[in-house]
Design a protein around this ligand. Structure first.
Ligand code: TRP
Length: 465
């Protein structure tokens, strides 16, 4: 196994297994993979759709308990075995269950990156239009639907975005990309604070701030929990093997609990800022009518242009905003695709170019279907969803819970909670050990199972949520 090449997007490539330069290096790497479209595009539209404050509350609770326990588990298992998921599961046993557990973790990023790149294409298109100064046209509510509905144009932007991703993987210049994103991340935060401040102070926006921050229990539904859990996995890059790989690069002195906290705080802060940019704007510009709140994946592309069109320097702000989102999307897409490439290298024994070509084929096939699913292929509905929505649902609501369940079993039934605890305790006291064990042993498997069953039941139309 050429472990040294299996580096995620963040480490230098060499023959020996790489390790992060320091504790901060690890936190930055994980935070870098965590912050992406999930925070800026996905979180706000889910929060708008699934009840605002109540969604936020459920999300926060899940993140601090469930998400926390899973991040600690994946990182500790990676550090213990020094392997990425397929290898880590394989290190504990050779049976079919271990192979399945490892592979399901490894396949998820391969299914996410195609549709992720479609959205990356939309972002690139918007950046291009802002550069041309089309600020007013973009603010028209029908612009976005027209653009994705036309189909081939969205396909072209998707191809452009994925070619950049693949070119970076081919050339192996990942380090450079990562360095750029480390500079860009602080700029993104500052710009987000500024835009959020502007959008929250528009007339009528306060209703939106209230909707987003104050939980109303009558807005609660099972779907809130299902969506919040999927989003938590997605945003923190859990339940898809990534953190096993990262964990395998850290040394024994890294405090796993502390770095988990830092990553969670940073990731959630960015997501909440994005929520404060977008949701108040929905109320200010369209009165918060349920129809707009339900807009789903298109929400960011509909409301943010309205904010920019209404302010001075809107074009400049648009260019900045979409440039930064594009960079966050690119770095995330690169590391998602990289994880697929390294799985092929390690498990099939392929060389990097062959592995990258296969990944490219997967991206083109599933991504094109997702991009065209709003245009020429819009007659294709899978379980009532567009192709892009279907891939999102398949990975986030079905496969990630199964992957998380596999990790729970590996921890409790095979490795044993004590071994995980020992691994964590190498660098510090295991402060939340009680909560951790309770979750891994009882609450997490039960929650996951219930949620999995209810999302299956809901697509089959047995229950409406
Ligand atoms: N967390 C990223 C986001 O919020 C998306 C993502 C999921 C990701 N898994 C990943 C990014 C693995 C890099 C690596 O958009």
């Amino acid at each position: 196994m050429r472990e040294g090449e299996n580096t995620g997007a963040l480490l230098h490539v060499g023959r020996a297994r790489s390790s992060f330069s320091g504790k901060m290096g690890y936190v930055l790497a994980v935070a870098g993979s965590a912050v992406g479209l999930g925070n800026i595009w996905r979180f706000p539209y889910l929060a708008a759709k699934y009840g605002g404050g109540i969604f936020l509350l459920v999300y926060l609770i899940l993140m601090m308990t469930f998400g926390y326990a899973l991040i600690v588990s994946e990182t500790a298992l990676g550090r213990m075995t020094k392997k990425s998921p397929v290898g880590a599961f394989g290190a504990f046993g050779k049976g079919i269950a271990f192979r399945l557990g490892g592979w399901i973790n490894a396949v998820i990023p391969m299914l996410i990156v195609p549709y992720y790149s479609v959205i990356g294409g939309w972002v690139t298109k918007y950046l291009f239009e802002y550069l041309k100064g089309n600020t007013a046209a973009l603010a028209d509510g029908d612009y976005f639907t027209g653009f994705i509905g036309e189909g081939f144009s969205a396909e072209l932007w998707f191809l452009l975005f994925s070619l950049v991703v693949l070119a970076v993987l081919f050339a192996g210049v990942k380090q450079g990309v990562e360095r750029v994103s480390k500079v860009m991340m602080p700029v993104l935060v500052i710009l987000a604070v500024f835009v959020a401040g502007y959008s929250m102070t528009r007339p009528g926006a306060f209703e939106g701030v209230k909707y987003f921050l104050v939980p109303k229990f009558e807005d609660f539904s099972w779907m809130t929990v299902v969506a919040a859990m999927g989003q938590m996995f997605y945003s923190l890059s859990i339940a898809m093997g990534i953190l096993y790989t990262y964990g395998s690069y850290i040394k024994e002195d890294v405090d796993i609990e502390k770095s988990t906290n830092q990553v969670e705080i940073f990731d959630t802060a960015i997501a909440m800022l994005a929520g404060l940019m977008i949701i108040p704007a929905v109320f200010a510009f369209s009165g918060g009518e349920p129809e707009t709140l339900q807009a789903g994946p298109s929400l960011m592309f509909i409301t943010i242009p309205k904010v920019f069109a209404s302010m001075g320097f809107g074009t400049g702000a648009g260019v900045m905003f979409f440039l930064l989102v594009l960079l966050a999307a690119l770095t995330s897409a690169i590391s998602l695709a990289e994880s697929g490439v390294s799985t092929f290298e390690d498990q099939l024994g392929w060389n990097r170019h062959k592995a990258t070509l296969l990944m490219g084929g997967i991206i083109l096939a599933f991504g094109s279907a997702s991009a065209l699913g709003f245009g020429v292929l819009d007659f294709v509905k899978i379980l009532g969803m567009s192709i892009l929505d279907f891939f999102d649902f398949l990975t986030n609501s079905l496969l990630m819970p199964v992957a998380a369940l596999a990790t729970c079993f590996l921890v409790t039934r095979v490795a044993g909670l004590d071994r995980i605890a020992k691994e964590v305790e190498q660098s510090s006291r295991f402060r939340r050990k009680g909560m951790y064990c309770l979750f891994m042993r009882f609450l997490a498997p039960v929650c996951i199972a219930v949620i999995l069953l209810s999302s299956i039941a809901s697509v089959l139309g047995w229950i409406s949520m």
